[in-house]
Design a protein around this ligand. Structure first.
Ligand SMILES: [Zn+2]
Length: 520
């Protein structure tokens, strides 16, 4: 029997269309870029994405291929990952696309492809860029099975569903099943390549941007939806069932939550389950994300949490400048409030300011410095903050570039050249700041920090100031029609049918109830 050769590749970045900071090829190559044998080694032995993931989707895929050793050969193409940020510049997108196509061509005969995409990537001047990647890959591999995996914040479009044989998304939020999803996608691609499976896919798209409350998979109101997906997979009714709760700051007009179900040769079941999941999501549309306190309210809350600060720290999530959701990380709103109002509370915070990081890099630790910080990448949303303090230390941090720690009164400000992706305690620990000493630690993340900061965190406060990751900031974007919750939307089905290219007429009204039996 001939060994089936299945290629695997990743091009992944989550785009915030409101960020004015474009993502460049240097951002990918500086964060994570591998090809060929290097990639296979990283996906086999780890770490897959140094500094971020020991094992992620590609490790899961390689594991699935190893489970069928002798039948399947995994063929590494490329893996490119960049931190969330603004849209890719066109040159960056086209270079990555060309490398993917070239890599697939050079790979020789291929019997399938697993493509790991974020699902919420944008690029300047390219509509629906990830569908273009899927189509370009399809043009090389022809009719061989092509399985795509997405973050559950991805957006599924008609072009993508048409070009892929199967789409599989994370089933956890905060995300912790990267490797499991890669393995699941791998099994579908492998089964199809070996002729054991016949994947068929159905999907639904909803004019729904925000809903599902906190959108955490193990909490109400979304728990029931995730359980339903697990159940259909466990019972073998579907090979994969996914609900994608969309990254709301994308500029695709057909943005919205979606459901995707892949079954083994049973289109009817796929349609039915995708439809049921969509209905469950729509029922949860009125559960909006919680409203967050202002910076002043948050600081007062942190000050009042005296015992909790003694036992650990208060973690403040700067919800308006979430770098892991594509914000520039240069906002000064919370920084200014902490400087003026958190007097006496030892506070760790971070700001991205490439010029300031480079100029501080020229100074010696212990020197007094005075300079404006932040507000340079997105000056329209926050002004620079003048500070005076002492340079404490300097570090060359992978992914963050030149990194300098400043002591400014009760603040310890970590100034980074690259994205100030504060999500893990190591962000502070690696520059010599012990979280056991802090009263307040600021993070620029929505979910995963809740897991990573567990040993230190005694109270979590999400703070709203003003920035590109404010939930309602997404309402500035243009959509293909009314969008819940910005607009009143009575029914999701007409829009779903329109987006999927089906008959745009509204569905027939329900049949009248049966006549009551006449009693005598
Ligand atoms: Zn996500």
């Amino acid at each position: 029997m001939t060994v089936k050769r299945i290629a695997f590749a990743r091009i992944a970045q989550e785009t915030n269309a409101l960020s004015p900071v474009p993502t460049t090829l240097a951002d990918f190559e500086g964060a994570h870029y591998r090809e060929g044998a290097d990639l296979l080694a990283a996906a086999s032995r780890g770490p897959e994405v140094p500094g971020f993931f020991r094992r992620a989707e590609l490790a899961g895929f390689v594991r699935a291929a190893r489970d069928r050793r002798g039948e399947i050969e995994p063929v590494p193409i490329l893996s490119a990952w960049a931190a969330s940020g603004g849209p890719l510049d066109r040159g960056c997108f086209e270079a990555l696309e060309a490398r993917l196509v070239e890599g697939l061509r050079r790979a020789g005969r291929l019997d399938g492809l697993y493509l790991c995409l974020h699902g919420a990537m944008g690029a300047h001047g390219v509509a629906d860029p990830e569908s273009r990647l899927v189509r370009s890959a399809r043009a090389v591999i022809g009719g061989a099975p092509l399985v795509v995996s997405h973050d559950l914040h991805g957006n599924v479009t008609r072009a993508r569903a048409a070009a892929a044989d199967a789409i599989v998304a994370y089933q956890t939020n905060p995300h912790r099943d990267h490797a499991r999803i890669g393995r699941k996608a791998g099994r579908i691609a492998i089964g199809a390549a070996l002729g054991e499976l016949r994947p068929v896919m159905a999907w639904r798209t909803l004019p729904l941007l925000l809903g599902g409350g906190s959108t955490i998979d193990f909490l109400a109101p979304m728990r029931a939806v995730f359980r339903r997906m697990h159940r259909v997979e466990r019972r073998g009714e579907a090979l994969a069932a996914s609900t994608l709760m969309v990254h709301p700051w994308n500029d695709d007009p057909a943005l919205g939550w979606s459901t995707v179900v892949v079954t083994d040769g049973d289109p009817g079941a796929a349609e039915r389950i995708a439809d049921e999941l969509a209905e469950l999501c729509w029922e949860r549309r009125h559960d909006q994300p919680p409203a967050f306190p202002t910076a002043s309210e948050a600081i007062a809350e942190a000050r009042a949490a005296r015992i909790r600060r003694k036992l650990g720290c208060v973690t403040m999530a700067d919800a308006s400048d979430v770098v892991t959701a594509g914000a520039p990380g240069d906002s000064t709103h919370l920084l200014r409030a902490l400087l003026e109002q958190a007097t006496g509370l030892l506070t760790y915070c971070a700001v991205r300011d490439p010029d300031a990081a480079r100029s501080l890099w020229e100074r010696a630790p212990g020197e007094r410095v005075a300079l404006p910080l932040g507000g340079t990448l997105d000056p329209a949303r926050s002004p620079p903050l003048p500070v005076a303090g002492t340079l404490v230390s300097k570090h060359a941090q992978h992914g963050f570039g030149k990194t300098c720690v400043l002591a400014v009164e009760h603040l310890r400000i970590v100034v980074t050249e690259g994205p100030s992706m504060v999500m893990r305690p190591s962000f502070y620990r690696d520059v010599g700041l012990s979280l056991w000493k802090a009263d307040i630690a600021v993070v620029k993340n929505f979910f995963p920090f809740l897991m990573f900061f567990l040993p230190y965190n005694r109270k979590t406060i999400f703070v709203r100031t003003h920035g590109v990751t404010d939930f309602d900031a997404a309402f500035q974007l243009r959509f293909d029609g009314p969008m819940h919750p910005r607009d009143a939307v009575d029914d999701w089905r007409a829009r779903d049918r329109l987006r999927r290219g089906l008959d745009p007429r509204p569905p027939a009204p329900p049949a009248p109830p049966p006549r009551p039996a006449v009693s005598v």
